[in-house]
Design a protein. Structure first.
Length: 757
């Protein structure tokens, strides 16, 4: 009776418990944990009656050989099913071609799927059940799994234009994708800073365009350069090899050839396809450059010839043509462009860009392929058969899906892995942003704004890794691991943000496997992370500390000294009611196990007070919400991470409720300018005060050009006034003027602390 009860308990065990035990990522759609283990050893045979699955079996044997030192015999018959891995073709489900079944019992392993890809995924899951330690007898838990992905596009991107990565690492990158059941590799091959693909018809693209005479050092804001010749490219033979390697692992390689913008490397080689005729130098500076392809007939002939060779190398359904961040500066004064606009009855340069994209699309369609581009290709009218990659938030993807165009979601808020993933102060330099593992795991690729019919146009999502600040393969690994594990589960369709702790526990168990493979992964989840929260008393703020290990083992100080094992033990959020510096670290057995974090609070009359915003910040820069403006923390001006609120093309309009009438005489607003990132100072700052929150007076407006203090704050001073409410408006710079980075696009407004004295 006891044995039957135990078996019933195992059959009814909840899914999350099973996953904690097995640590599978992405977690399967259906899983049942049973009693016992299958013991795999050199005597185990693979029973393969369908030779079409031979590739998947060979890859599994390669895994065994590299990890455990032996391979298994493959046979098409066996006298006994005992101690075999039996591969079957499952024709029962005609709808889900990627579906697989994996049954492990003490006597046999059974794998079944309709297609090779399902067999491959079953083996990937099976490999996660293996222990990391080498052994002649490998114990594998008995399970029953039925599994299939939710999204058709499960992608990872890699920018090889800003920094070049060798063929051997590209194969490793593909291996990483295969481990976690991604099926699309978006390969960014051309940009202003380098052309990385050999084109036989145009040899100067790699002779000239693949090499630059220096690169930026440090962050864009520093404006420092070296003079080292830098570059590299992939030969067509290398590309064929990589594409074949990916195909074996059921990964589609989607190449990106940027147009009409991000073209300076190509124009350095062939300046005749520009508006001005050059000369040009391959870009040494990051960001967006003004010189772009000129939409004249010769340019289209050039691009069609390039794309013909590209399509001969890549069998993918989609060819990515970029289409983003195309300044119109040159087009506005170019006689070729203006004549084209007149001849084609185009009202502005945005419609000229649409004409450019649609003409390229017709050519690509004529070759039996389709184009996909960044969401700027929506501007001026979307090409008839184009798919959209939505990166500037989800709005572009929503608009495209409503127009019945296929969409890949990749918003910067959740899917840009070049953002900081831990406390920016402790991380290697990055472009900005703050995207933690937990935030990636919270992502839903299907926006709630879409109807069920419109949602069918969401192909899936991908993460993007732009490499301006990433020079080595090791750094690439650091930026994608472990965030890509979170995304893999999101795209498989089995993520549950409410139960993030369960995922985190499973993820941590994968770290040993990553170390065994020599993969450099970020351990930022083990660092002490921080969050400022409103105080329940309305006086000051609360400072919350967390660690994935055990928050109760955090020690902290309040006087700016380094913490020790004897410092204050953390148990609840720390009340901050005066200006002070908190330092904290994680300790285990009286030894410090993490770097310490340091946070200085500078309090004023607005700190921790109720604050509301007329318009929310952009989702990419909204981590702390409105409280960010009154949390007592001054943002790091060199790392555009979580302490800034960003507004794209919008004003910042904030109302602070001081809780009682206060005498005030000064309001300061911390703002940022980083033109290379399209971040500009506000045109001006307006301050109004009120006693009742309805009737405002004063209306002081100050130009941001006139008064800025040494900390980058705009300061508004006036005679002492009594007020309970303060309204602060930072007026966005609007459309960026010609001649400045981001010309013609919405300027970003970055705001941090509002101080009231």
């Amino acid at each position: 009776m006891l044995k039957k009860s135990l078996l019933l308990l195992l059959l009814l065990v909840n899914f999350s418990y099973s996953q904690k035990e097995l640590a599978l990522i992405p977690q399967p759609s259906e899983l049942k944990l049973n009693e016992g283990n299958f013991v795999l050893n050199e005597n185990t045979k693979i029973l393969l009656t369908n030779p079409e699955f031979k590739n998947e079996v060979d890859l599994f044997n390669q895994f065994l050989k590299s990890s455990y030192g032996f391979e298994l015999q493959i046979t098409n018959n066996s006298k006994s099913p005992i101690n075999t891995i039996e591969i079957q073709k499952d024709n029962s489900d005609k709808e889900s071609l990627d579906k697989y079944i994996l049954n492990v019992s003490p006597s046999q392993i059974q794998i079944a799927s309709k297609r090779n890809i399902g067999i491959f995924y079953a083996f990937q899951t099976l490999q996660q059940l293996f222990p990391i330690q080498k052994s002649n007898n490998i114990n594998i838990s008995s399970v029953e799994i039925k599994d299939q992905p939710k999204y058709a596009w499960r992608g990872m991107h890699l920018d090889c234009a800003r920094h070049f990565f060798p063929k051997e690492f590209i194969k490793k990158y593909i291996d990483y994708l295969a481990m976690y059941k991604f099926n699309t590799f978006h390969w960014h091959l051309t940009d202003d800073q380098g052309w990385r693909i050999e084109i036989k018809k145009y040899p100067k693209l790699t002779e000239v365009g693949a090499w630059r005479n220096g690169s930026m050092i440090g962050h864009y804001n520093d404006q420092k350069f070296d003079d080292k010749r830098y570059g590299g490219f992939y030969t067509q033979e290398e590309i064929k090899e990589i594409v074949a390697y990916a195909t074996e692992r059921h990964i589609t390689v989607v190449p990106e050839i940027e147009m009409p913008g991000h073209a300076v490397a190509a124009l350095a080689a062939y300046p005749e396809y520009s508006c001005t005729g050059g000369p040009f130098e391959v870009g040494k500076i990051w960001g967006v450059l003004d010189d772009v392809f000129c939409p004249k007939d010769e340019t289209f002939t050039f691009l069609e010839n390039v794309l013909t060779e590209v399509m001969s190398l890549f069998p993918s359904k989609y060819i990515h043509i970029g289409g983003d961040e195309c300044p119109k500066t040159r087009w506005k004064v170019c006689p070729h462009c203006q004549k084209r606009m007149k001849d084609e009855n185009l009202k502005d340069e945005h419609e000229l860009q649409s004409y450019f994209i649609q003409r390229i699309e017709k050519f690509v369609n004529s070759k039996g392929r389709k184009i996909i581009g960044w969401d700027e290709i929506l501007e001026g009218g979307l090409a008839p058969n184009a798919a959209v990659m939505s990166w500037r938030g989800t709005e572009g993807g929503i608009a495209a899906a409503k127009q019945k165009h296929f969409v890949v979601m990749t918003p910067g808020s959740h899917c840009y892995f070049d953002h900081y993933q831990g406390e920016p102060k402790n991380e290697p330099i990055a472009i900005g942003g703050y995207t933690t593992v937990e935030k990636v795991y919270s992502f839903n690729p299907t926006p709630k704004e879409l109807s069920s019919e419109e949602a069918k146009y969401i192909l899936g999502a991908q993460a993007n890794l732009w490499t301006e600040y990433i020079e080595t393969p090791s750094h690439v690994e650091y930026m994608i691991f472990p965030r890509m594990l979170a995304l893999s589960e999101v795209l498989w369709g089995t993520s549950n943000p409410v139960n993030y702790t369960d995922f985190q526990n499973r993820m941590i168990k994968h770290f040993d496997a990553l170390e065994a493979k020599g993969i450099n992964y970020s351990k930022s989840i083990f660092e002490v992370t921080t969050k400022v929260k409103p105080s329940t008393t309305g006086n000051g703020v609360l400072f919350e500390l967390k660690s994935a290990n055990n928050s109760n083992k955090i020690r902290y100080t309040t006087d700016g000294s380094n913490p020790t094992a004897n410092s204050f033990p953390y148990s609840n959020p720390i009340e901050i009611t005066k200006s002070q510096t908190i330092k904290a670290a994680y300790f285990e057995n009286e030894k410090q196990k993490s770097g310490y974090i340091e946070q200085t609070f500078s309090l004023n009359k607005a700190t921790g007070k109720k604050i509301t915003l007329t318009d929310p910040p952009h989702e990419n820069y909204s981590i702390g919400g409105a409280l960010t403006l009154v949390d007592g923390v001054l943002a790091n001006r060199s790392k555009l991470g979580k302490d800034w609120l960003g507004f794209s093309g919008k004003d910042m309009n904030a109302t602070i409720d001081l809780g009682k009438s206060e005498a005030i005489h000064k309001v300061s607003v911390s703002v940022l300018e980083s033109q290379g990132s399209w971040i500009y100072y506000p045109q001006s700052i307006g301050v109004l005060i009120s006693s009742d929150g309805e009737n405002y007076r004063l209306g002081t407006i100050i130009s941001s050009e006139k008064i800025k203090d040494s900390k980058g704050r705009i300061v508004v001073t006036f005679d002492n006034q009594q007020a309970k409410f303060i309204k602060v408006i930072a007026y966005n710079a609007g459309k960026t003027p010609e001649g400045l980075p981001g010309a013609g696009s919405n300027a970003w407004l970055f705001v941090d602390e509002i101080g009231v004295e």
